[in-house]
Design a protein around this ligand. Structure first.
Ligand code: PLP
Length: 359
């Protein structure tokens, strides 16, 4: 079986974990601090704050902005549910916007249209979906023109860049996930990045029960602290990230060059894309047959995502503002196939051969 994802954990990570265990300091300490500093340097921000997951990182990022309860936040209709949930946990209101057919990322033209009718919007939360950076020239023009706060969901895009600048450094604040299927992992974990010292300060308080000084609680916070064990894995993974991303990109380019099937549309080559997923679109509603075929051929796949976020059952009756059509079409067409760095040349050739033989 060729899996859709496989974490790349080796001897170095094992040694790092053992070192933390031997130190006796398992919870949040100097190893977390070292990971935060190295991650901020990698992304190119002044601050970074480690958390327990990508979801808590997003929630903390949003809560650190000083928005008021009920403020509206524009976001994509098409992402993992955590993107919208984080807005809701933070007491804010998501406004769902359409995506571009080619990149699956938020569509700026659609943003403009929705904003015209809802000028009380305060922020924009973008997602660099599947490792593909959003068009940051257009995103920055949009937020500057309308004076909106910008949050980046980089859960799937560690190391992705736009014109040479890494994602996670454009927004007022950004959030990363280190779930095991991601481009780098800490088991579970997340990171907030920002260049704004006030936002960083609030995020630090929020993840640690509002404490600056031990047992003096300035705000009602949470325990969202990363452990030294998780951070020790993260430090090694960060060292390997560029190499792991290069392998993903090479695998993706191999597919782009070699998949030739009239039923299947492969993604376009895009500078700065780190291919968290390699997501093809099926013509002619052949998706069910294709996924069954992949199962027979023992090739892992994922449908990311079968529904848009606002139509999930958990949001029934919530009457969000929404405006999208492309996301509704795309959700019926997408299939992601394995692109992770653990694939061998034989795996890649086998996948190409199977995909090309599908009729
Ligand atoms: C786009 C996006 N945002 C947020 C998250 C949440 O990250 P985590 O699973 O680490 O909580 C994920 C994780 O799958 C994601 O893909």
């Amino acid at each position: 079986m060729i899996g859709i994802a496989r974490p790349n954990i080796g001897e170095e990570e094992k040694e790092a974990i053992c070192k933390v265990i031997e130190s006796g300091i398992l919870a949040c300490g100097t190893v977390v601090k070292e990971f935060e500093e190295k991650f901020a340097a990698y992304v190119g921000t002044a601050h970074s704050i480690a958390t327990t997951s990508g979801t808590t990182a997003l929630e903390v990022a949003l809560m650190s902005l000083g928005l008021n309860k009920g403020d509206k936040v524009l976001t994509t209709a098409y992402s993992f549910i955590a993107t919208a949930n984080a807005i809701i946990y933070s007491g804010l209101e998501p406004v769902f916007v359409d995506i571009e057919e080619e990149t699956f990322n938020i569509d700026i033209n659609s943003l403009e249209k929705v904003y015209e009718k809802n000028s009380d919007i305060k922020a924009l939360l973008i997602v660099h979906l599947f490792g593909c950076p959003c068009n940051m020239d257009r995103v920055l023009d949009f937020v500057r023109e309308h004076r909106l706060l910008l949050i980046e969901d980089c859960a799937q895009a560690h190391g992705a860049h736009w014109n040479g600048r890494r994602v996670g450094s454009f927004g007022d604040v950004a959030a990363f996930s280190f779930y095991p299927t991601k481009n780098m992992t800490t088991g579970e974990g997340g990171m907030v990045t920002t260049n704004n010292a006030d936002i960083a300060e609030r995020a630090k308080l929020l993840i640690n029960h509002g404490m600056k000084e031990r047992y003096y609680h300035e705000i009602i916070g949470y325990n969202y602290r990363m452990t030294n064990i998780a951070a020790s894995i993260g430090i090694i993974q960060l060292k390997k990230l560029n190499d792991m991303n290069s392998k993903r990109i090479n695998n993706a380019y191999f597919y782009i060059q070699n998949i030739k099937n009239p039923n299947i549309i492969v993604p376009k080559v895009q500078e700065g894309h780190v291919f968290h997923q390699f997501t093809v679109k099926m013509k002619d509603s052949k998706r069910d047959r294709f996924t069954k075929y992949l199962e027979e051929k023992k090739i892992g796949y994922g449908i990311f995502y079968p529904l848009t976020m606002p139509e999930q059952k958990c949001y029934e009756g919530m009457n969000f503002i929404l405006n999208y059509t492309v996301a509704d079409i795309v959700k019926r067409q997408v299939v992601s196939i394995p692109v992770h760095p653990g694939l061998t040349k034989e795996d890649l050739c086998y996948v190409v051969e199977c995909v090309n033989s599908f009729r």
